[in-house]
Design a protein around this ligand. Structure first.
Ligand SMILES: [Fe+2]
Length: 412
């Protein structure tokens, strides 16, 4: 049934939608779709840009586009039955039709990504080669000494009452590997990441994290990037992080924030303090007649297109790949790395019930958010990190992890 009016030709009077609540639901769906498209573009392309200024401008532009554009569109059309406006297909409505396709594409992308991540989550068993020995929250959320910092945008106290900052979680895992040389059986590896020194967190909190890391009696400590996120705090970062102690070395590399700030200066200072710098480099650690290989990858910020080939050459040696982003995991595992350690995602930083991680800067979207993943016999661990540039975490506490590498798992 067709009828004409001043807005063009309606397809059917029977599907006229006048229900305001339905329009709100529809607009929300479109908005989520629009967000999905923007977040995908940011995660896949913009986050990896080298120029911080251009990156920030683009992210602000996308954020405005993400939030304001759908609101303007809805405000413009909701008086006039948006669906009818679009289905009219009158030449004047062509732009509206293209917009509908754009939003529908976003909605499909959003639904697909969420279904895939849900299926992956449900079908992802805890790796049989890993055993959780202990998980404990080290700071009570109400400890008066650890007053959470002020949160931007003036949301202040209300948001802080949900804030997980300063609730440091300590996890201890055993990881079994047949390839581990006998001399390294029982190797204790502490993994720290994303300190983000920029003045937003309490000095005592950093001291606390470092004390806890040293108390785990590690043979090796890895700090996998985003050490500083403001150059003015390089000195503070050097002072605090040089207190980390491990028998076989403390290893550092850079994350995206280190590339945008004085990460190079920071690494130079840490080197002077006796730490090991892994800027796209491999280091062998020897015990008795055996050795293991530690491979530090700063890709994609320090570009090295052949790093996985270098790893592939050394398949006969037990290799740990340390890197900032989980996006390097697939290449590392395929090239033979037994264990890959990284940070970068902060576990999503805000983890909504049923929805999961909100902020996950990865080429694979929310696939690699936190914890263990397995591929081709290689393990990945994504650590939620210690700090962040925005000091707010929801259902996603900061983390310190200890891995005890074993030839055989201990029987409980
Ligand atoms: Fe980070």
């Amino acid at each position: 049934m067709y009828c004409a009016n001043q807005d063009g030709l309606f397809i059917s009077q029977g599907i006229m939608i006048n229900n305001y609540a339905f329009k709100i639901v529809l607009a929300t769906l479109f908005w989520l779709g629009q967000m999905k498209i923007c977040i995908t573009v940011i995660n896949k392309y913009i986050v990896f840009m080298h120029d911080r200024f251009v990156k920030q401008i683009l992210i602000i532009a996308f954020a405005l586009f993400m939030a304001i554009f759908p609101i303007v569109l809805f405000a413009r059309y909701h008086h006039n039955d948006i669906i009818m406006q679009i289905l009219t297909l009158h030449p004047r409505r062509f732009v509206a039709f293209v917009l509908l396709l754009y939003f529908l594409f976003g909605v499909l992308l959003f639904i697909r990504a969420n279904i895939i991540s849900l299926i992956r989550k449900l079908s992802r068993p805890f790796p049989p080669r890993v055993r959780l020995l202990e998980r404990v929250c080290l700071i009570h959320p109400d400890a008066p000494k650890w007053t959470p910092p002020r949160i931007p945008l003036g949301l202040g106290r209300f948001l802080n009452s949900f804030n997980n900052y300063y609730q440091l979680e300590k996890s201890i895992y055993e990881i079994q590997s047949d390839n581990l040389p006998d001399d390294f059986d029982g190797l204790r590896v502490v993994h720290l990441t994303d300190f983000h020194f920029d003045g937003s967190l309490d000095d005592e909190y950093y001291d606390f994290c470092i004390r806890e890391a040293n108390a785990l009696n590690p043979h090796i400590i890895f700090v996998t990037g985003d050490n500083i996120s403001a150059s003015d705090y390089t000195k503070q970062a050097v002072k605090k992080l040089s207190e980390l102690q491990a028998a076989d070395g403390v290893f550092f590399l850079r994350g995206n924030h280190d590339f945008w700030t004085d990460g190079k200066g920071f690494l130079a200072e840490m080197k002077k303090k006796g730490c090991v710098v892994l800027d796209n480099k491999a280091i062998r650690i020897k015990k008795g007649k055996s050795q293991i290989l530690i491979y530090g990858v700063e890709h994609p910020w320090k570009r090295d297109i052949i790093w996985d080939n270098l790893l592939r050459d050394k398949r006969d040696i037990f290799t740990i790949c340390v890197t900032h982003t989980p996006d390097n995991f697939r290449r590392a595992a395929d090239a033979g790395a037994a264990l890959t350690l990284c940070g970068h995602t902060h576990g999503g930083q805000i983890r909504l019930p049923f929805f999961g991680p909100v902020i996950c800067p990865s080429r694979y979207n929310r696939t690699y958010d936190q914890g263990f993943f397995e591929r081709n016999g290689g393990l990945l661990y994504i650590n939620r990190g210690i700090g962040s540039t925005v000091p707010f975490r929801f259902r996603c506490p900061p983390e310190i992890a200890l891995f005890i590498l074993k030839k055989t798992l201990t029987v409980p």
